[in-house]
Design a protein around this ligand. Sequence first.
Ligand code: ZN
Length: 156
Amino acid sequence: MSENYGQAGEVLRKVGFELDHLGIAVASLSEGSKFYRSLGFTEMPTEDVPTEQVRVGFLKLDNMASIELLEATSDESPIAKFLAMRGAGIHHVCLRVSRLDQVVSQLKAAGVRLVNETPRPGAHGCRVVFVHPASTGGVLLELSEPGERVAGKGHS
Ligand code: ZN
């Protein structure tokens, strides 16, 4: 097999990363959040991410990671397509990195398949790049560089 899981892993191991969130596709945030509310999550701040045509709700865990529920805001949304093909479920894993541009050029140099090579604006003012599942063993991988404001309120 000429799969290149190793290349992506090697780059990320060198630059360092933390688990930021798990992205879960849901038909609707209100229905999709029921299980999580039953777990005790009482707050779920939501945000529209126009570049991905999604509305997301964040459930914050104690260990600095979150669960992100994603609802499509248009039929053209990647989440609408995912739901049509696979139904509700895990859509992506997100790792937090610093210096995203540097990471992207290293991934490109290593031959890692990226969904977008130019970082896009994500939720909370983050910049994000997606690594294709073909380069990660089957799961879409989001790489996120936090925005300027750590507190994460409003837009800059
Ligand atoms: Zn995400």
